[in-house]
Ligand binder design. Sequence first.
Ligand SMILES: *Cc1c(COP(=O)(O)O)cnc(C)c1O
Length: 476
Amino acid sequence: MPAHTAQHDGFSRLPSVDRILALPGNEPLLAEFGRTLVVQSVRGELQRLRQQSEAAVLSLPREQLETFISDRVRFLLRQGSQPALRAVFNLTGTVLHTNLGRALLPQQAVDAVMQAMSRPCNLEYDLTDGHRGDRDDLVEPLLQELTGAAAATVVNNNAAAVFLALNSLGLRKEVVVSRGELVEIGGSFRVPDIMARAGCRLREIGTTNRTHLHDFEQAIGPRTAMLLKVHTSNYAIQGFTKAVPESDLAALARRHDVPFMVDLGSGTLINLQKWGLPKEPTPEETLAQGADVVTFSGDKLLGGPQCGIIVGHADLIKKIKKNPLKRALRVDKMTFAALEAVLRLYRDPDSLSQTLPVLRLLTRPFASIQQTAQMVLPVMQAHLAEQAAVGLRPCLSQIGSGSLPVDLLPSLCVAIAPLQKGRGEGAMLKKIEQAFRDLPVPVVGRINEGAFCLDMRCLETAGVTEFIEQLGQLAI
Ligand SMILES: *Cc1c(COP(=O)(O)O)cnc(C)c1O
């Protein structure tokens, strides 16, 4: 029989859309996904079979062919109904992982966001006099209290904060900044680029490793809009270095009557040394050193929602808020709800290492990490016995998001090393990594020294059961 005839016979055996829909097993599909989507999916699958003319499928006995199609449709519908944005286990060892959503919010913030989303709220409404309000007023008093600033405003992220402040205070004028601070943060935030887009002229001074007060002094002229200091969050210059203390820069700026702005990047609101963590400057200290404007992120060490916070002198903040771009960069009620709830937690700093997830993870005792690792280890060994040697390895977690780049936190990881050595070992590692990503709640780790490593720091007790239970579905 010529091929095209066989093919044609195969097509004629394909069931109709209605026939598939009428199969008793497919009734729940209609209830779950709705008729439109199911019909569309069955049509698509029938068309695919016609186009690809898979002989093996087309020659199946009628009942099996129908089951095949129904199973495929069910699979595709389930797959298509997965949200694009999903929860994952971040076991990379980087606590504030930009690609994995940075800070986890405390329950108080989650509750506040739910409330703000599902009910009308006084976002821009003054409840005392019934007049129009200003959304920044929702968090300004808390920010004043926690940073000592006279005024504050909130925008979409810290990149927006820096951009808006530069554009508001330095348009068509010069901004003096040390060459050693012309940093790139996370690929798309580069200080010189932001400055150019903000309409400011960059006046670069000093050298990569050393900048002196007289470098600043010589650069100041009639076109100077401000002095800028950028916290070199994600790298450290070591050795023969010199940077000008903030208090000296502030005094110099004051003498020349120009503002001094500091981009802190992470900007924790408290002294982290209290918990044995490395020192990171706070907005409060920076303002006390004489900075006029300070910018920092909401979702780095602060542990809140994505936003950028600008604090400083009332007249400068006022100027920034008057910029028409403020409207384009402002944040919505969900962000304000979460930010306010997080800032409130800072009023009880002694409880922060319990109440604020970021700090809880960063200060998690080694014994607790070890306990989780020992719970997880035997289960992992059982599931991976045929493919890999699974053991515990000391490792170092990172704070992440450009915070404190050189300081690492001792931790413990479950290391999965393929049994297969030499050729094929790398491919096996990739396969293991992929299998963990394919789990219902994808697990993200990192490959290190011949093993797929899962840092147990961010697997808190509440998540252990869910983590362990899904391991049965690992398909390697
Ligand atoms: C992270 C960072 C930024 C960008 O902040 P986002 O909140 O990610 O927009 C800007 N400046 C510094 C110094 C940073 O560390």
